[in-house]
Design a protein around this ligand. Structure first.
Ligand code: SF4
Length: 471
């Protein structure tokens, strides 16, 4: 809420030449890598079907799989919390961190916590939340917002990152070396040294999860840097905030996902780090594990038979990298942690279409269909965009049908108005006699294929009074 509409924000973004150059370079590089590794597999389409089927099965019986997940997580020593919305989730997490008597946490791999604005809630409770994913660190130190699902700092180039590190690191921890260059290895080293002291000090880690396996009660995080694994294993307490749509029925369903996700996201054959954790284990890893299962609009999306396919999304970002609109505007114009084609359908579904930005998002597309073609779980994004455009159009310009329904509601809510309407209809019926109404002014298209029933010459009440008197 309060964000400008997409066209307004996009116009501003289009004026940033450096950002457009950075985005073009990055999306085309990842796009080519993805096409190469996907082309290596003869069964890619079968894998896509298997991925979509696994997510559909989970969504069709979501309540059952979530209960199974809770049961197995609990049996393995984790504590499960349920959060209806962002406010409830933030309250739960803040309470858990306070209980550990610490004023800082390390965080990794969690778009869900960005969705609920957890960092802001923690800051209000005087708790510092340190992002440990390299790109997230760049975004946080730059006082910026993420602009890509997988590469949140995609809009920044190396020299901008060097400037941010030199300017900001010292204020919140170990400073960057004064002779820092924009060589990627030197930048990564500066980030590693800066983060290491935070990892070793933090008592609480906060993460998301890519998948939650119901039949074993396991959470799965895939990543490229190893920072996630540090975050998941070093702190004494781990809090994972997981959207309820992340559940998969069984361990077997993970197999297609672990092939689909890295190829679609980073153009790699497998993720460098895949971490799974199942509750707590004496003397190994966090000794206290909390899992917050978050709804925040997801069950509403689930209730829509067409819209629910958006919940299959595994946040790979392939649709962003091929989208001609995203490539030119970048992620900030979408006004959410979920940008690009998936953001254009997911945000209005999760948040509704009341705000300027949410009602403009379904139009942030050329409907070229490239997003559908690359989506590893076969989400028909163009179909969802068209459906949402219809909903926004109905909401903006009431249709003849909705105007007629509103008028009918007004008449039916008052017996005197109903009586007057019936009398008027009876008069029309007497005037028409046996003639059939073939067309009604203003409803030409509707009546061209139908005849309108002739109104009766008396109402049921009048008939009753005439036939039965006072009985
Ligand atoms: S919609 Fe499909 S392509 Fe886009 S991020 Fe989600 S899974 Fe990936």
């Amino acid at each position: 809420m309060g964000m400008p509409s997409f066209p307004e924000a996009a116009e501003e973004a289009l004026g940033r030449t450096q950002q457009r150059h950075n985005l073009h370079h990055a999306t085309h590089t990842i796009r080519a890598k993805r096409a190469g590794v996907v082309g290596e597999l003869d069964d890619w389409q079968a894998l896509r079907t298997a991925g979509a089927d696994a997510k559909d099965e989970a969504l069709a019986h979501l309540a059952d799989y979530l209960e199974q997940l809770e049961e197995n997580l609990t049996a393995n020593g984790a504590t499960v919390h349920w959060a209806r919305d962002a406010e409830e989730a933030n309250r739960i997490v803040t309470g858990l961190v306070r209980a550990k008597e610490t004023d800082e946490v390390v965080k990794v791999k969690s778009m869900t916590t960005q969705e609920i604005e957890l960092n802001e809630a923690l800051r209000d409770a005087s708790i510092d939340a340190w992002e440990t994913d390299l790109a997230e660190l760049i975004v946080q130190l730059g006082g910026d917002l993420p602009s890509h699902i997988l590469v949140p700092a995609i809009h920044r180039n190396r020299s901008e990152i060097r400037e941010i590190f030199l300017r900001e690191m010292g204020a919140v921890g170990r400073a960057a070396p004064e002779d820092l260059t924009d060589d990627p290895a030197r930048l990564a080293e500066a980030a590693r040294l800066h983060l290491r002291e935070k990892f070793l000090r933090a008592k609480v880690g906060i993460s998301g999860a890519n998948f939650a396996i119901a039949d074993t009660g396991s959470l799965v995080v895939v990543e490229s840097e190893g920072n996630g694994r540090m975050c998941l294993t070093l702190p004494e307490t781990l809090i994972s905030v997981v959207g309820i749509e992340k559940v998969l029925p069984s361990w077997d369903d993970l197999a297609p996902m672990l092939q689909l996700l890295p190829r679609s996201s980073t153009g790699e054959r497998m993720n460098p780090y895949t971490s799974t954790w199942t509750g707590t284990h004496d003397g190994d890893g966090p000794q206290e594990v909390h899992v917050v299962l978050l709804d925040n609009g997801r069950t509403h999306v689930l209730g829509d038979s067409i819209g629910r396919q958006a919940l299959r999304c595994i946040r790979c970002s392939a649709c962003l990298n091929v989208c001609p609109v995203y490539e030119r505007t970048g992620g900030h114009a979408y006004g959410s942690v979920y940008p690009g084609p998936i953001g254009a359908v997911l945000n209005p579904q999760l948040r509704g279409t009341a705000s300027e930005v949410d009602k403009s998002l379904p139009y942030a597309s050329t409907l070229c269909g490239a997003c559908y073609e690359v989506c590893p779980v076969k989400i028909n994004i163009p179909e969802l965009l068209v459906k949402l455009r219809g909903e926004v159009a109905d909401q903006e310009r009431p249709s003849a049908e909705s105007a007629a329904m509103a008028a009918a509601g007004w008449v039916l809510s008052d017996p005197r108005r109903l009586g007057a309407a019936q009398k008027a209809a009876n008069s029309v019926g007497r005037l028409l006699g046996d003639r059939t109404i073939r067309t009604v002014p203003g409803m030409g298209a509707w009546t061209s294929a139908r005849d309108v029933p002739t109104p009766p010459t008396e109402s049921f009440r009048q008939w009753w009074a005439r036939e039965r008197g006072t009985q």
